[in-house]
Design a protein around this ligand. Structure first.
Ligand SMILES: *[C@@H]1O[C@H](CO)[C@@H](O)[C@H](O)[C@H]1NC(C)=O
Length: 197
């Protein structure tokens, strides 16, 4: 059996001193939270929660990662699924360039002036990273946009899948570098990674 996993990473490239830099990247998650992982909120124990990405069948699904836990938790098919294999964690050296935007299923399609961080791959929908605060903790999960039946934020809590039509979505905006006129030039870049097994 052959399947194709396509990940699309769209970065805004800044030319600073001739080099380029994308402000965030996905690292392999082996159970240890890297020092540059982006904290995305607090769990019920007031510990940071992080943004993961799990490979499931031919999909890449945004997941939540807890402090001191080597498992990624994500929603698929109305259930909570977990994995310890093929997990990535969102990291950055520019944490102040992220912003959580309050949105909902109709408003998200009108966001054109902000770059929404691609959280994974789904064949029929744009996949972003969302969060919601409920019952004393922040839940991280996938946002499916594009007006399909499964649109919205999909998270899990205590082993159960939950969906929301109002939530926050993660955006990234590279800040202008002062006193460097050439830093204002931005070029969008699209990278494709194909994995055959
Ligand atoms: C969706 O979000 C926008 C922007 O925050 C807001 O103006 C609008 O009233 C919201 N719509 C619903 C149905 O909640």
């Amino acid at each position: 059996m052959t399947f194709l996993v396509a990940t699309t990473i769209i970065c805004t490239i800044f030319f600073v001193g001739g080099g380029d830099a994308c402000g965030y990247y996905w690292r392999e998650f082996d159970g240890i939270i890297p020092p540059d992982a982006l904290p995305a909120g607090l769990d019920v124990y007031n510990k940071p929660i992080y943004i993961g990405q799990a490979l499931y069948e031919n999909l890449l699904i945004p997941a939540k990662i807890y402090h001191n836990d080597n498992t990624a938790y994500f929603e698929y098919g109305g259930k909570e699924l977990t994995t310890k294999l093929n997990v990535k964690i969102l990291c950055t050296d520019e944490p102040d360039q992220f912003e959580w935007i309050k949105t909902n299923n109709s408003h998200i399609r009108e966001i054109t002036d902000r770059f929404l961080v691609q959280g994974g791959y789904h064949p029929s929908s744009s996949t972003y990273i969302g969060r919601i605060r409920t019952d004393g903790e922040v839940l991280i999960g996938k946002v499916l946009a594009d007006n399909t039946a499964s649109e919205g934020l999909h998270v899990t809590q205590k082993g159960t899948a939950r969906s929301f039509s109002s939530f926050e979505v993660l955006s990234y905006q590279a800040k202008k570098v002062e006193n460097k006129p050439e830093a204002k030039d931005t070029v969008p870049e699209v990278r494709y990674t194909a994995v055959f097994t």
